[in-house]
Design a protein around this ligand. Structure first.
Ligand SMILES: Nc1ncnc2c1ncn2[C@@H]1O[C@H](COP(=O)(O)OP(=O)(O)O)[C@@H](O)[C@H]1O
Ligand SMILES: NC(=O)OP(=O)(O)O
Length: 314
């Protein structure tokens, strides 16, 4: 039986390091990303793809607000849905092309995916998720005053707007994803899913937030009984003492070791921490399975056990 893998794509899979925001720039990066995903598919894995959307949804919100004199501004959840649509479209187009090059006619489909979050999630009172472009400190202060945004420094890279990032609780379209699984590569839970709150009468209501895509990918991996949760980012391995002279890259780590390093503060909040937390949650739920954190270009090698940080229960 083919192994199932849920792949979470980090920011560098969608945008160049310079963060150029045009659709053309994104398409060029996605083209390269999809070559790697096609290679994974070629190795015989069944795949679902989850992608981030922080920069994209931030820019859609900005564009929508800037155009409000011409056309009504879109609510935040709708902007999230738009980001799923255009990122999914780019991945569909490029992945299909990459698969066809190896004569593998596998359908690729994006599911606009809603994710139930809890209205009482404390994240709504403590926004942490960076979205949109980077700003200088002075620009950030001006935006706080002008627009009431909450701006925070993002891992030494500049200031960004932050929004609430509640935990994903339930994938609304999970039955559709499961049915599609045997027939297609499914792009789902994009941007962590469109955050919705379930009312007592069963209706769903979109809310202003951006869910962490690594946590969403983990939930998906649990729900589809995936064999591997693979989180792809910029670094080949997770490290302790990251960016310090005594940095040490981690290869195979147990749940207990990961917990200890986390406790010691080795993983930066908002960047590596959610990835390690998602990986830990997956192996806690499925002690026989593994989570891999590595870079896009090392994904195939990591699946062959040659590199990456591999987290297992023991
Ligand atoms: N302990 C660590 N080990 C490795 N990378 C780390 C660590 N702490 C922080 N990082 C940084 O976190 C980044 C990944 O987070 P981020 O860029 O936010 O993710 P994404 O790939 O999902 O966009 C890495 O590229 C690295 O710069
Ligand atoms: N939604 C989400 O996690 O996006 P980023 O990966 O771009 O932060």
């Amino acid at each position: 039986m083919k192994e199932k893998i849920v792949i979470a794509l980090g920011g560098n899979a969608l945008q160049s390091g310079k963060g150029e925001a045009t659709a053309e720039a994104q398409l060029a990066v996605v083209r390269r990303t999809c070559e790697h995903i096609a290679q994974i598919s070629e190795r015989g894995y069944e795949i679902a793809v989850v992608h981030g959307n922080g920069p994209q949804v931030g820019r859609i919100v900005m564009a929508s607000e800037a155009a409000k004199d011409v056309t009504p501004a879109m609510p935040f959840d709708v902007c999230g849905a738009m980001s799923q649509g255009y990122i999914g479209y780019h991945i569909q187009q490029c992945l299909k092309y990459a698969l066809n090059k190896t004569n593998r006619n596998i359908p690729v489909v994006t599911v606009a995916t809603q994710m139930i979050v809890e209205e009482i999630d404390p994240a709504f009172k403590n926004p942490t998720k960076p979205i949109g472009p980077f700003y200088s400190e002075a620009e950030a202060k001006a935006l706080e005053e002008e627009k009431g945004y909450i701006m925070k420094e993002d891992a030494g890279r500049g200031y960004r707007r932050v929004v609430a990032s509640p935990l994903p609780r339930k994938i609304v379209e999970i039955d559709a994803v499961k049915q599609l699984w045997d027939h297609a590569i499914v792009i789902t839970c994009g941007g962590g899913g469109i955050p919705v709150i379930e009312r007592p009468d069963g209706t769903l209501e979109g809310t202003a937030a951006v869910i962490d895509k690594d946590f969403a990918a983990e939930l998906l991996a649990e729900q589809v009984d995936a064999d591997v949760l693979m989180i792809l980012t910029e670094v080949e391995k997770v490290a302790i003492n990251f960016n310090k002279p005594n940095q040490q890259d981690l290869e195979n780590i147990s749940l207990a070791e990961a917990a200890q390093y986390m406790e010691e503060g080795h993983f930066a909040a908002g960047s590596m921490l959610p990835k390690v937390e998602a990986a830990m949650k997956f192996v806690r739920a499925f002690p026989q399975k593994k989570a891999i954190i590595t870079s896009l270009d090392k994904a195939v090698e990591a699946l062959e056990g040659k590199t990456g940080t591999v987290l297992t229960f023991n």
